[in-house]
Design a binder for this molecule. Structure first.
Ligand code: NAD
Length: 361
């Protein structure tokens, strides 16, 4: 591919997603290769986590960060937060390549945004990394509680996912009691583990899978869950599939295999193709809880840190995910549109309403 072609393809991607700004961060001294994407700042500064992942290609990293940044715009809008959407990705293996110097250098890149971008942890990063970023810039949340932050947002994210699951169970089964239901949790990392714990406490039959063999064994033992291999998760006859790893796991191939009637998990961008797969799920009667709606607990926790909200208020906002999800399901039914389209409609309306408020005086 020529330089001109690759530049055009990057700009066409930005145009397609409607992003405002994308910054490529390179620092050979610390081996940092990162991309920071700002999607929309109508509601406030762009809020977005930092993911560290071994992307196969730079194109994969760019695609991921653009999709994630856009979904943050919608997530903040629908959760009622006064924040815009952004995201950042660092290319590399977090267990092998991450160093204090790399994270601090990354913090300096964030500092250059002068508050237009604020980050927190995600896959491959943790509160300690946020502490390193904090040494270079104040525009970071999710720093350890011991130094005044709100700590790891994943327990709150899991609580929000549980609320989303309950809202969907109410819709499909007429009750939001989870006892006796069965859930497949794919990916038992930070959020996945907390979700497994919450589901166990509700007397749910839980199946767990993860690409880390040792981890999945530990979680299964700790919470009395049943371990299943990654290849066989779609063969399990469970009520709910909860994707808690990476995105794109809901696609033509997996939808054809799925036996569950609800998809509700923490992973961002679960639908490989939002329009196509959202509609296929609607037609098949499989209820999809829009990911950015039900996984908003993490960002609510970070927002609360910025706004100095109490823990009680943070949990109230997170528990409200039940009502927000119920409203989306109602709109989907009323207008016979996919749940993701219904969620997008509500989020876009809030952004456009607030844009008008801000442009008036
Ligand atoms: P994590 O890195 O702690 O956990 C992810 C887990 O998924 C790991 O154990 C990993 O081995 C596993 N995994 C990766 N690919 C897999 C695959 N193909 N099959 C099965 N398992 C696989 O990440 P996390 O913080 O728990 O986040 C999980 C998802 O939830 C991500 O998509 C993230 O963006 C989203 N999310 C996280 C938060 C949060 O507060 N951490 C908040 C909102 C959304």
């Amino acid at each position: 591919m020529s330089d001109q072609q690759s530049t055009q393809s990057i700009f066409s991607q930005l145009g397609a997603f409607g992003h405002k700004k994308v910054v490529f961060c390179s620092d050979p001294d610390t081996n940092l290769k990162a991309i920071i994407a700002i999607h929309d700042t109508t509601l406030g500064p762009a809020f977005g986590s930092t993911r560290m992942w071994s992307y196969k290609t730079e194109g994969d990293a760019l695609n991921d960060v653009l999709r994630l940044a856009k979904s943050m715009t919608y997530k903040c809008a629908i959760a009622g937060l006064n924040m815009g959407g952004g995201y950042s990705v660092i290319m590399g293996d977090s267990r092998r390549d991450k160093t204090e110097a790399m994270m601090r250098k990354f913090g300096r890149f964030i500092k250059n945004f002068n508050g237009e971008f604020i980050t927190s942890e995600d896959v491959g990063t943790n509160p300690r990394d946020m502490e390193y970023i904090r040494m270079e810039t104040e525009h970071v949340t999710g720093i350890p509680e011991s130094i005044g932050g709100s700590g790891d947002p994943s327990p709150v994210a899991a609580q929000g996912v549980l609320m989303g699951i309950k809202a969907c169970v109410k819709e499909q089964f007429g009750t939001d009691t989870l006892a006796g239901r069965s859930v497949i949790v794919q990916g038992v990392g930070h959020v996945g583990e907390h979700l497994v714990r919450l589901l166990r406490d509700e007397n749910v039959k839980v199946y767990v899978s993860d690409i880390q063999e040792e981890r999945v064994g530990q979680i299964a033992k700790k919470y009395g869950a049943e371990r299943v291999s990654n290849n066989s998760i779609f063969d399990i006859d469970a009520d709910i599939y909860a994707p808690c790893a990476l995105g794109g796991t809901v696609n033509t191939e997996t939808i054809n295999k799925l036996k569950c009637s609800i998809i509700a998990g923490s992973a961002n961008n679960q639908l490989l193709d939002e329009a196509e797969h959202g509609t296929v799920l609607l037609d098949k009667g499989i209820l999809f809880a829009p990911d950015y709606v039900i996984n908003a607990g993490g960002i609510i926790n970070c927002y609360s840190e910025l706004m100095h909200f109490s823990k009680k208020r943070t949990m109230q906002l997170t528990e409200n995910i039940y009502e927000v999800t119920r409203n989306i399901l109602k709109l989907s039914k009323l207008e016979n549109i996919s749940t993701i389209d219904a969620a997008n409609k509500i989020a876009e309306k809030r952004i456009s309403d607030i844009k008008k408020v801000k442009s008036s005086y």
